[in-house]
Design a protein around this ligand. Structure first.
Ligand SMILES: *Cc1c(COP(=O)(O)O)cnc(C)c1O
Length: 458
């Protein structure tokens, strides 16, 4: 089949996720056929540097034979069996033990799911069950954040704070409230980062008091917001938030679906920020995206209660702990460990990217360049001096994204925020390539949108 054949069939039969079906049908799709290392290749032979690691998940990069072998061997041995009804199998057992070893000290149990969304459905059920068992059934409310992303199932989108998602297919799951996000560049530039971080924590406390402290079960947040635009909170944010949660005995759910498995240069984002979450939903990098698998890592406080006082927990999935997915995840973790990938992100690749990325802050189109570990963002602005944003109708972010793709780089746009999250095995020279391709796309975007250089406008 040729590219046009794929595109024609795709248009006729395939409804894509998070897509305007009609305009995609008109524009046509790019057909990705194979991949290796940090590069993907399309059906026309173009090589493209995958600055997003797929969808934030291909942490070990493409083409790892060890993961293929792990899947093959497990498929031959036992392609499927469930963990219901008093059965288990070696891959699920080993993976649960390994995750408990890697997770923070107070986390020693794992509930398997098939994705990040399913993990957050599980979290919602566990949290409410926990407080019911504790004799506090009034603790029902879960506070989340505006512009947070927790998946696309009904519970996932309800927990998330993406207004366009809430507007479709509602009503949302009741008992979920949203507070502000620690997005300094977008919402707090009239004060210091420090003050803004504290103000967000104060808003959380106000929200808790408004709902009634005896009614709030948990707070859910990504350590660094991914899909919302690689939003790195001010340093003052997490310590102040943790203080508030402790004050009112509210569980912390750290959604580690993106931050987990080395993205921030630690095994989990919670390690980087010194968080002590009660629950950690994970997915994506758990298997480097080679097979779909997720889980909830359950802290002792919640696990002990569910185990001791809970009776049967009426919840689980056909593919919870799927043996082939679990075997691949286990091998993925072994490779991350033996190749010291997480430490390299922390000590070498993260700092190297930060240095190169920061140089883009001087570009006339860039209002802020930020990164942490191997996640980064650029804020596009119409006027560098005032920080004024582009008219939304110009879709500056999408214009820049399309120039990137044309020029052999996947960089994602979230509104006018450009985001990267490359595979964790990227090299220095590949980082150089990523940055120079990003710079070229910025130049072309500035030209297309007729942005004058600040020197000229001064
Ligand atoms: C991607 C993502 C999810 C949802 O995971 P799926 O596997 O797509 O269901 C949940 N939380 C966060 C933080 C994510 O980035």
């Amino acid at each position: 089949m040729q590219t046009q054949d794929y595109q024609a069939l795709d248009r006729q039969h395939h409804l894509h996720p998070f897509t305007d079906f009609k305009s995609l049908g008109e524009e046509g799709t790019r057909v990705i056929t194979h991949a290796d290392g940090v590069y993907i290749y399309d059906s026309q032979g173009n090589q493209i540097l995958d600055g997003m690691a797929g969808l934030w998940c291909v942490n070990l990069g493409y083409g790892r034979q060890e993961l293929v072998d792990a899947a093959t061997e497990q498929m031959q041995q036992l392609p499927y069996y469930n963990n219901f009804f008093k059965t288990t199998h070696p891959p699920a057992v080993k993976l649960a033990a390994k995750l408990s070893e890697l997770a923070p000290e107070h986390i020693n149990h794992v509930f398997f799911t098939g994705s990040g969304s399913e993990s957050n459905d599980t979290v919602l059920r566990m949290v409410r069950r926990y407080w019911a068992l504790k004799g506090k059934p009034g603790k029902q409310w879960i506070i989340s954040r505006e512009n947070g992303y927790h998946g696309s199932t009904v519970a996932g989108m309800s927990l998330g704070g993406m207004a366009p998602m809430h507007d479709q297919g509602g009503p949302c799951v009741p008992g979920i409230a949203h507070t502000c996000q620690p997005y300094w560049f977008g919402e707090g530039r009239d004060m210091s980062q420090e003050a803004f971080g504290k103000q967000c924590a104060q808003a959380l406390e106000d929200q808790i008091l408004a709902l009634g402290e005896d009614n709030v079960a948990a707070f859910i947040a990504e350590p660094v917001q991914g899909a919302g635009g690689a939003i790195i909170p001010p340093d003052s944010y997490w310590p102040a938030v943790q203080e508030v949660l402790a004050k009112y005995d509210i569980l912390l759910i750290a959604d580690e679906v993106i931050c987990g498995f080395g993205r921030l240069g630690e095994w989990f984002g919670s390690n980087h920020y010194g968080l002590k979450p009660d629950l950690m939903p994970i997915a994506k990098g758990l298997s480097s995206g080679y097979l779909p698998i997720g889980a909830v890592l359950v802290g002792d406080r919640v696990a002990d209660t569910l185990i001791e006082d809970g009776g049967e927990f009426f919840h689980g999935f056909t593919y919870s702990g799927h043996p082939v997915c679990a075997a691949v995840a286990l091998k993925n973790l072994e490779l991350l460990e033996s190749e010291r990938v997480v430490e390299k992100v922390r000590d070498d690749l993260g700092p190297y990217l930060a240095k190169r990325w920061q140089a883009l802050a001087e570009h006339p189109l860039v209002g802020e360049a930020r990164s942490l570990g191997l996640i980064g963002a650029l804020e596009l602005v119409a006027n560098k001096r005032t920080g004024e944003r582009f008219d939304k109708a110009l879709s500056a972010g999408n214009v820049c994204r399309d120039f990137c793709f044309e020029n052999g780089l996947v960089m994602r746009s979230v509104g006018d925020t450009m985001v990267i999250s490359p595979p964790l095995i990227i090299t220095h020279s590949e980082i150089d390539e990523l940055v120079s391709k990003a710079r070229l796309a910025l130049d072309k975007t500035a030209e297309a949108l007729a942005v004058t250089h600040p020197m000229e406008s001064a």
